[in-house]
Design a protein around this ligand. Structure first.
Ligand SMILES: [Zn+2]
Ligand SMILES: [Zn+2]
Ligand SMILES: [Zn+2]
Length: 270
């Protein structure tokens, strides 16, 4: 099966440029150095259905950039975790609920559901008249495979990220992992050799207390035997041209609007 993956945002939590920063990257004219908050869009090529991974604070602008017409809709959301830079576009999901008159399927782990309901408590109050808030159908993720569609199974991993966990998702031979410190040895063995294309975060070159750095994520790609490894969630310390030129073959920096066509193999069974 083929899917299309689009990087809607490749930036760390502040986005790039950072408001009020006058460093070289923030002042750069290059579109490759302009990064909205991180999320990806996964599109089936057979039925125009789209799934978004995370609802960044830039969600509205990211969706407008797709130029969708009335035939296209967002039916499903996967959450890696609910830090502000990954969840604060939540309210913008409601446009699809108005139009489709159906709730959106949201897949997330229990702790993320609880946190999301706290952050957006107004959307879950019983007294609200319908239509003003997103209508959500929650699906709990545990650390085993689940069906995103009946013919597409997804394997999640829960990864350490400061005081929370971030969920990585593998759809056959494609994987997306953002905001993690590392994979355990067991997790590496589980996915080793199974992934052709992976998008994973690496905030900047130096180490970070709650995130994998670019050198650490490059080492992870090698351990997982990923053929095409793409770094995302990049900070303003990352000049696209300078860092790209230092990467080994098969390793790239993500940029906003990057589009991949990925053969994910047979994903009809877990
Ligand atoms: Zn983040
Ligand atoms: Zn800057
Ligand atoms: Zn985070």
């Amino acid at each position: 099966m083929h899917i299309e993956v689009k990087v809607l945002g490749s930036g760390t939590s502040t986005g790039v440029p950072v408001v009020g920063c006058d460093c070289q990257v923030c002042l750069s004219d290059s579109s490759y150095n302009k990064r909205l908050r991180s999320s990806i869009l996964i599109s089936r090529q057979d039925n125009q259905e789209h799934v978004i991974v995370d609802t960044s604070p830039d969600l509205r602008a990211q969706l407008l950039s797709q130029g969708w017409g009335s035939g296209e809709t967002l039916k499903k959301v996967l959450y890696t975790h609910t830090h502000a830079d990954h969840s604060h576009g939540f309210d913008d999901l409601r446009v699809f609920c108005f139009r489709d008159k159906k709730p959106i399927d949201v897949f997330l782990k229990q702790a993320d559901k609880e946190d999301l309901m706290k952050r957006f408590s107004y959307a879950f109050e019983a007294s609200l008249y319908s239509g003003v808030v997103p209508q959500i159908q929650f699906h709990h993720i545990q650390e085993n495979a689940f069906a995103l569609w009946p013919d597409v199974w997804v394997e999640p991993y829960f990864l350490p990220h400061g005081t929370v966990q971030s969920t990585a998702f593998r759809l056959g031979r494609f994987a997306y992992a953002t905001d993690f410190q590392n994979f355990s040895e067991k997790q590496i063995r589980g996915w080793q050799g199974k992934i052709d294309t992976m998008i994973a975060s690496g905030v900047h070159m130096r180490s970070h207390p709650t995130h994998s750095s670019i050198p650490e994520t490059l080492a992870l790609f090698d351990r997982l035997e990923v053929r095409r490894g793409i770094l995302t969630h990049l900070s303003h310390e990352v000049d696209y041209v300078t860092i790209s030129s230092q990467l080994p073959p098969g390793r790239e920096l993500a940029f906003d609007g990057m589009c991949l066509s990925v053969d994910i193999g047979d994903v009809s069974l877990p």
